[in-house]
Each structure stands twice: as structure tokens, then as C-alpha cells.
Design a protein around this ligand. Structure first.
Ligand SMILES: [Zn+2]
Length: 450
């Protein structure tokens, strides 16, 4: 799968919540995995269909974010993997007599979920870090004992390609069981040309060989600027040069990623370093996203807006000016309550201020072995309700239409609407709010590519 958005199209996406035309982009080579017929298929016996269809593919902001556009007792007609139309079941059954039928068995049906921020390529978990933290160790003590991000780097560098693929597969199947049909996937535990390329090649292998059958697709992002690797300790500037001069150009030349990301944070990459890396990536034709304002108000969110990034992610410390800049730029705020919770941070992202200011707010799991080992969007929705003060309905929009927008994939994913990919998540629930309510349970019955 390859997504290409020109600079002009990126610019057009700005002010996304001001009623301008949505971005449309092509997706290549994404075939339909589970289609059983070349003709029309009728997905029927849907107790409640959550379409998020508001007449276009634009993301939803402000008070509109809670409107899910629900149809009761519904059916969806599909042909060649695309939605033809949806509506009340009785009318569609008459119109599509003779079509092949798939029976939803009275499920609640949503679009396939979109998880716009994950780190699913890693070779070993970090349960040791978890235990040390519970025993009172500080971040520095954990790092000194061989834990932290650099332990994931060591494990990836030592793992064979086959092991990287095997563990990636296990992680993605977990996300899929929780309703995810499309996920962003970052590199960032290689931190060398060879190992960043190996991580992105594992993601490419997945999209070529396994995504169809497994029903979950990846948008690859190069996060070579995740940390400074140990061999560059004391030589940060040299590592920034390696990222700009070698890693990003090689990744671009080999079409291994669509986007680039930087961990812009005190002690990691400064705003000036992040600006250099992101500008170089943009000049290579990559789209941008930023780990921003997570542990301090450093300015990563404002930088993301300034550079027209797809999204700024984390944003626990985003201030009023950053929020206004994100709204103006049409840069999505991807909030990651799973990591805020798991790191026991006191400060949660100011989601309500963002929603009220017209920012496109999305949610993601931030699935990774250190700070957010959660593969469940539903669990993140619960946290978003309780700590970000979002409504359960806003959380559904944040994990579907707005999440697709954060990846600039909203023309294909994120709502049930004629012309879009026929990918659905089925839930054992009567109303969408039960997904966030059923804390710790997984109500998802599967993802169907019809
Ligand atoms: Zn992350």
C-alpha cells in the first residue's frame, strides 16, 4: 500500500473543519481479502449501523464530533470491496435480491477502526521495566539497568528478520482482534541505517504478504529520530546528520515509508533539531508527524502546525497557542491516553479545549513495549472518557473518521459511505457507548472486509 499526497494536497487539507474540500488520495495495491464473490454482497441483519457519514469525508470537529449518523436495522450493499449504499434493511433486501449475503447476526456495526500511532515492530517485551518501576526505580535507574527504549533497540538489532516478522505478526493480530483494520506503524528501535531499514522492511513485508489475509493494513512511518543511539552518545549532531543525510534518503529511495516522525522532547531532539529533520523529510516528499509536548511544553505541537504535519501526537502539555495553531493548520491532534495512564503521568492532554477550539482530535493506542503495551482501542476510549473528558461517541469518531484523517486516509477509511472500502468492525453491543463502558472486556467480534 502506498499513499501519495502532494504538497498542494496537504495544503488543501488545512482548515479541515472549516467546510473545505477533503483530501482525496489513492491507495495502491490494497486488495480485498475476504470478498467471496465478484458480484454484489449484501451485509445484512445489522441491529445498528454507525456510519459516520455526514455527506463527505471531512473529519469532525467541535460539537459535530459526537454525531455518529446511526441507522437502525440496516444493511450495506458492497461490490468489488467498495460500499455501494447502505440503508434500512427492508429496502436494500428488495433492491439487491439475488446478491450474496453476509449475516451480521444482529451485531452493532462500525467502520473498521483506525489506530493512527503504533510502534508494533519490536522483538522483546519490557515487562522487566514494568516490574522495576513498580518496585520504585526511576527512569534513569531503569535505563542504567539496561531497560528503556535502548533495550528495545538492542533487541531489534539482535533479532533476525524472521523474528521481527513473527513478533510483528503477533502484535498486529492483537490489534486486529480489537477491531483495528488500519494502523500506522513506526520504525524507531533500529536507530541505524541498517536496522531502521530492516524494521520498515518488516512493515512492507506485512503489507505485501500478510495484510490481506489478516485484515489489517499498515501506514509506514520512519521514526529514526526516536532517540540518540548509544554509539552516538555525546555526538547528537552527528546522529542528526546521519538521519538527514543517510537514513531518510535511503528510506525514501526504497519507498519504505510514507511519513517521517521525530520525538521532539527535552533530552531527546530539540525544536531546532526536529525542524531540521522534518524539513529534510518534507523536502524528500515524506509527510510528517511529531511526538510533541508529551513531557514538557517544548513546542513540538506548534512546530507540527508550522510545517503542515499530518498530526501532532501526545500533546499533554499543549498550550492555548499550540491548540490554536493546530486548528488553523488542520494538523490533527492524536491523543494517547494509554501511555499517559501507563506512565502514571499527572497531566492529561487538554482534549476538551482542543475539541472546543476546532482541532481535529483523534485517539490512538500508542501500542509499544515500554510506555503503552495496550492493543485495545476500547480501553483507550475508556481512559479518554474518564481522563480526557471526551464522550463515548466522540471517542468513536476519534478512532474512525478523525483517525483516518490523521493518516490522510479519510477518502478510504473511517466511515461507511458509498465509494469507500467495505471494511467493518462488528461488536457485541447495543450502542456505541458500550465499547468504552465495557472496561477491560473486548466486545469486538471481528473485522470484516466484505
Ligand atoms: Zn509513540
Amino acid at each position: 500500500m502506498r499513499v501519495r499526497v502532494s504538497r498542494a494536497e496537504s495544503a488543501r487539507s488545512r482548515g479541515a473543519c472549516e467546510g473545505r474540500a477533503p483530501v482525496r488520495e489513492g491507495v495502491r495495491r490494497m486488495r480485498n481479502g475476504s470478498r467471496r464473490s465478484d458480484g454484489t454482497v449484501l451485509l445484512r441483519n445489522i441491529a445498528r449501523l454507525v456510519t459516520l457519514d455526514h455527506g463527505d469525508d471531512a473529519p469532525r470537529c467541535g460539537s459535530a464530533m459526537g454525531d455518529l449518523a446511526v441507522v437502525d436495522r440496516a444493511a450495506v450493499a458492497v461490490r468489488a470491496g467498495r460500499i455501494l449504499e447502505y440503508g434500512p434493511e427492508r429496502a436494500l433486501v428488495r433492491r439487491y435480491r439475488g446478491a450474496a449475503v453476509r449475516d451480521a447476526e444482529q451485531a452493532l456495526v462500525l467502520p473498521g477502526l483506525v489506530d493512527p500511532h503504533t510502534h508494533p515492530v519490536f522483538a522483546a517485551n519490557r515487562v522487566g521495566d514494568f516490574k522495576r518501576r513498580l518496585a520504585g526505580a526511576t527512569y534513569q535507574e531503569i535505563a542504567a539497568a539496561g531497560g528503556g527504549i535502548l533495550s528495545s533497540v538492542r533487541a531489534v538489532r539482535e533479532a533476525s528478520d524472521a523474528r521481527l516478522r513473527r513478533t510483528l505478526e503477533a502484535h498486529l493480530l492483537r490489534l486486529g482482534r480489537h477491531g483495528v483494520a488500519l494502523a500506522e506503524a513506526k520504525s524507531g528501535y533500529g536507530l541505524s541505517l541498517r536496522d531502521e531499514v530492516r524494521m520498515l522492511e518488516a512493515i512492507g513485508w506485512w503489507n505485501r504478504r500478510r495484510a490481506d489475509a489478516a485484515g489489517i493494513w499498515l501506514v509506514p512511518t520512519c521514526l529514526a529520530a526516536h532517540s540518540v543511539p548509544p554509539e552516538y552518545r555525546g555526538r547528537r549532531a552527528d546522529y542528526v546528520e546521519l538521519v538527514i543525510g543517510s537514513i531518510l534518503p535511503a528510506v525514501r529511495r526504497r519507498h519504505l515509508a510514507e511519513r517521517a516522525d521525530v520525538f521532539c522532547e527535552e533530552g531527546v531532539f530539540s525544536v531546532a533539531e526536529s525542524r531540521r529533520i522534518l524539513t529534510a523529510a518534507r523536502d524528500l516528499g515524506l509527510r510528517l508527524t511529531v511526538h510533541a509536548d508529551q513531557l514538557s511544553a517544548l513546542g513540538g505541537g506548534a512546530l507540527a502546525a508550522e510545517l503542515g504535519a499530518d498530526s501532532a501526537d501526545h500533546l499533554e502539555y499543549a498550550d492555548r497557542r499550540t491548540i490554536a495553531a493546530l486548528a488553523r493548520a488542520g494538523t490533527a491532534a492524536v491523543l494517547l491516553p494509554g501511555s499517559t495512564f501507563f506512565l502514571q503521568m499527572k497531566r492529561w492532554a487538554p482534549a476538551r479545549k482542543m475539541i472546543d477550539s476546532g482541532v481535529v482530535v483523534a485517539l490512538a493506542t500508542d501500542f509499544n513495549p515500554g510506555s503503552s503495551p495496550v492493543a485495545s482501542p476500547a480501553a483507550c476510549m475508556t481512559l479518554a472518557c474518564l481522563h480526557l473528558k471526551m464522550t463515548p461517541e466522540e471517542c468513536v469518531t476519534a478512532f474512525t473518521l478523525n483517525a483516518a484523517y490523521a493518516l490522510r486516509m479519510q477518502a478510504e477509511f473511517g466511515s461507511i459511505r458509498p465509494g469507500k472500502r467495505a471494511v467493518f468492525s462488528l461488536w457485541r453491543a447495543e450502542e456505541p457507548a458500550e465499547i468504552a463502558y465495557a472496561f477491560g472486556d473486548n466486545l469486538c467480534e471481528g473485522v470484516w472486509w466484505v
